[in-house]
Design a protein around this ligand. Structure first.
Ligand SMILES: Nc1ncnc2c1ncn2[C@@H]1O[C@H](COP(=O)(O)OP(=O)(O)OP(=O)(O)O)[C@@H](O)[C@H]1O
Ligand SMILES: [Mg+2]
Length: 204
């Protein structure tokens, strides 16, 4: 059995976590890799129903997502999580708790507030900036960007397909998914992925 892993997205609302989760899911299923997505919105309607957006509740939500993702990953599944997960400490707690049989690939969806406000997918930024939503991450609540994520995608500056390709390349280089012959990922980007992983101590 191929080693399972958690593909942990983090990023502000509208930064592309759900979009990229679905794209990656499609690509992995094509390669015969079992996938489960734990999306923030969906988790909050079942697993974490009743939790709010205080720091304490957000941390509980992330711990629960991490717990379930870990159960899946240690059984060879790719567990993709797509919650904002704004705080360093609890993300690192989940990383530290990952079973030895699985991997953890933190992926930061980076996008400026200006661009997020302009695309305002759910119409939430307008409301948050008008003071109508309290505890809105990035506007009236903190977001702590990861310091050493395995992968960074700049979703305000590149099409989703390109972000998706960089994530797949990262997963390939980490050995979690088999490389596909003939994938059209640019040599320069490939070098950038390799450099990041080498800096993090992954590659020899
Ligand atoms: N490179 C990219 N990657 C992902 N999404 C992109 C990219 N470029 C543009 N987009 C667009 O950005 C939007 C991202 O919205 P999405 O719902 O995926 O965000 P989210 O991070 O899941 O937000 P939330 O935390 O509110 O659920 C979509 O409309 C998508 O088409
Ligand atoms: Mg989403």
């Amino acid at each position: 059995m191929k080693k399972g892993f958690i593909l942990w997205f983090t990023g502000l609302s509208g930064s592309g976590k759900s979009t990229l989760s679905k794209l990656i899911e499609e690509r992995l299923l094509e390669r015969g890799i079992p996938v489960e997505i734990l999306d923030g919105d969906e988790v909050r309607t079942n697993l974490s129903k009743g939790l709010g957006f205080s720091k304490e509740d957000r941390d509980i939500n992330i711990r629960r997502i991490g717990y379930v993702a870990n159960l899946l990953a240690r059984n060879g599944v790719c567990a993709i999580t797509a919650a904002i997960s704004p705080y360093h400490a609890v993300r690192d707690e989940v990383r530290a708790s990952v079973d030895g049989r699985a991997g953890f690939v933190e992926t930061y969806c980076e996008c400026s507030i200006e661009k997020l406000t302009a695309r305002d997918v759910k119409g939430l930024y307008k409301k948050a900036l008008a003071g109508e939503i309290k505890n809105f991450t990035g506007v009236s609540d903190p977001y702590e960007a990861p310091l050493n994520p395995e992968c960074v995608v700049h979703t305000g500056d590149e099409p989703a397909e390109q972000s998706c390709a960089r994530i797949l390349k990262t997963l390939e280089m980490l050995g979690y998914i088999p490389a596909v012959v003939g994938d059209d990922y640019g040599a320069l980007e490939e070098k950038a992925v390799a450099e990041r992983l080498r800096d993090l101590g992954y590659l020899g």
